[in-house]
Ligand binder design. Structure first.
Ligand code: NAD
Length: 484
């Protein structure tokens, strides 16, 4: 078998120690890999590369299409961009996959029997980073959820479940509140889920779903969710399994994939041969399966399980009375190497090759854009920066200024209706949404919106943004005012 070239970064802090330990184990296990070392992290940031990576290193990742990455230190202070976010966006790494398992009774956990995989959407949601301060009092971020992005991650979760013989996929959203954005995610989960009849499906609202996951994680199998919820859930789940030092994650894109531990560079532990390399080793196991060497992945994983159950533990998981020996990073790796070819006797062994076959490679079909829906413009929300007076005063100014064919439909403040109805108790900021529609009920044109803005200008109103109100195929595609 020819060796598979991979880009390898040793990172910062404990990174170099745990990467050396992991490469040693993988190579001793027979991994056919050809590491190409690239520089990333603190040093590169301080040389003036704002994302902590050089163009040459990015080119190496592009060529090898596999990136095995140790944690890095992001320097304090402004101007530095997240290397992970840059890599994710640049290489379209849309799926973050994080398997988390508890190893009771060898690693302390309140949750024996936990074996969960979090599949987190990695590119969209609030992470588009589109933020604005709109008024002296009000700041905004845009949450973007797309059909192609959602279809891809949901399908990935179901394909993952199928490839790895998982029985259930749970979707978590907050669609009782965010009916359009989270609602789309839930709807696509139901649509695509129907194509996987053998897999059990369920949906939880994220708040109670998180509570259930924290309480009875053994009832969950694969969980698919949006970017921000997934970010929080995946750390929570790793922590309750025993230690953030244990889990690895894969960031998967259509051509490139990146594998890393979930923890950071733990600078206080650096250079002392103390750190636990298990998280990065698990990332390495995910990488071996990805590059088609599941037999090697299986050898490494089972030798690691055997090492854990025999009680060779780094300081973070060491417990008097349970562990046999407190070992350093290097000695831990050596203990695993000595057990290559062995299977655990108490913990369940792991099989990546079943009936002579590796898990099938997950292929996501390219997005097929459906025919364009019919789009009708039925109104516009014009947001205004206005120092609190009464809503009725604002309404009167707008009504006086608007041309006869346009009418003010409502005003909200922080989403709550304050005109024509409303409650005296509603707190008022300087940020108002004023909804303008046509007086006759007819659709609007872009020219109508310009004339509405012209009217606001003449009335001396500081409009700060507009949002078009559309109907797609006859269905309203905007939210109502709270209390409307
Ligand atoms: P951290 O994950 O580095 O450390 C948190 C705690 O966990 C510390 O007590 C640490 O000693 C312990 N710990 C972490 N990994 C361990 C391991 N393998 N073995 C034993 N103990 C371990 O988080 P932090 O201290 O908040 O961040 C340190 C630096 O890491 C920061 O510069 C941060 O930006 C960076 N970071 C990088 C990544 C990444 O590269 N993917 C992720 C998170 C944080």
């Amino acid at each position: 078998m020819s060796k598979v070239p991979i880009a390898v970064a040793y990172g910062d802090g404990i990174g170099p120690e745990i990467m050396s330990a992991c490469l040693h184990v993988l190579q001793e296990a027979g991994a056919q890999i050809e590491p190409h070392v690239i520089e990333i992290g603190e040093k590169v940031y301080l040389q003036g590369h704002s994302a902590g990576i050089t163009p040459e290193a990015l080119e190496m990742i592009r060529q090898t299409r596999v990136f095995y990455k140790a944690p890095i230190t992001t320097p304090q202070g402004g101007g530095f961009k997240s290397l992970n976010v840059t890599t994710r966006k640049l290489f379209n790494l849309f799926a973050n996959v994080r398997p988390v398992v508890s190893y009771h009774p060898f690693i302390e956990t309140k949750y024996p029997g936990m074996d969960v995989v979090i599949v987190r959407e990695n590119e969209e949601d609030l992470y588009a980073g589109i933020e604005h301060r709109q008024t002296p009092e009000v700041y905004q971020i845009l949450k973007l959820i797309t059909r192609p992005g959602t279809e891809r991650i949901i399908r990935y979760a179901f394909e993952y479940a199928r490839a790895y013989n998982r029985k259930k996929v749970t979707c978590m959203t907050k669609d009782n509140i965010m009916k359009l954005t989270d609602g789309l995610f839930h709807k696509i989960f139901d649509e695509i889920g129907a194509e996987y009849p053998e897999i059990e499906k369920e949906h939880w609202i994220i708040d109670i779903g998180t509570a259930k996951l924290a309480d009875t994680p053994e009832q969950f199998d694969v969980v698919v969710t949006l970017n921000l919820y997934g970010d929080i859930l995946s750390d929570m789940v790793a922590q309750i399994a025993g230690s953030v030092g244990l889990a690895g994650s894969a960031n998967i894109g259509p051509s490139v994939a990146m594998f890393e531990a979930i923890h950071g560079s733990a600078p206080r532990r650096a250079g002392q041969n103390l750190a636990n390399p298990s998280g990065l080793l698990h990332a390495g196991i995910l990488m071996l399966v990805h590059i088609g060497q599941p037999d090697v992945a299986e050898r490494v994983h089972n030798a690691w399980l055997r090492t854990i159950e025999e009680g060779y533990h780094t300081y973070d998981i060491y417990r008097e009375g349970v562990s046999r020996e407190k070992v350093g990073t290097k000695e831990f790796a050596q203990a695993i190497v000595r057990r290559l070819g062995q299977y655990p006797e108490k913990l369940p062994p792991v099989y990546y090759v079943k009936e002579g076959k590796a898990p099938s490679k997950i292929q996501i079909p390219p997005y097929v854009r459906p025919p364009r829906p019919q789009k009708e413009l039925v109104g516009v929300d014009i947001f205004v920066d206005w120092t609190p007076g009464t809503p009725a005063e604002l309404a009167e100014r707008i009504q006086r200024a608007l041309p006869a064919h346009l009418k003010l439909h409502m005003i909200t403040n922080r989403g709550t209706i304050v005109w024509p109805t409303g409650a005296a108790e509603t707190f008022l900021t300087d940020h108002w949404r004023t909804r303008v529609v046509s007086a006759s009920g007819q659709p609007l044109t872009h020219a109508d919106i310009l004339s509405a803005l012209q009217a606001y200008l003449q009335a001396g109103l500081d409009f700060i943004k507009t949002e078009h109100l559309c109907r797609f195929d006859g269905v309203d595609a905007f939210s109502k005012g709270q209390g409307e």
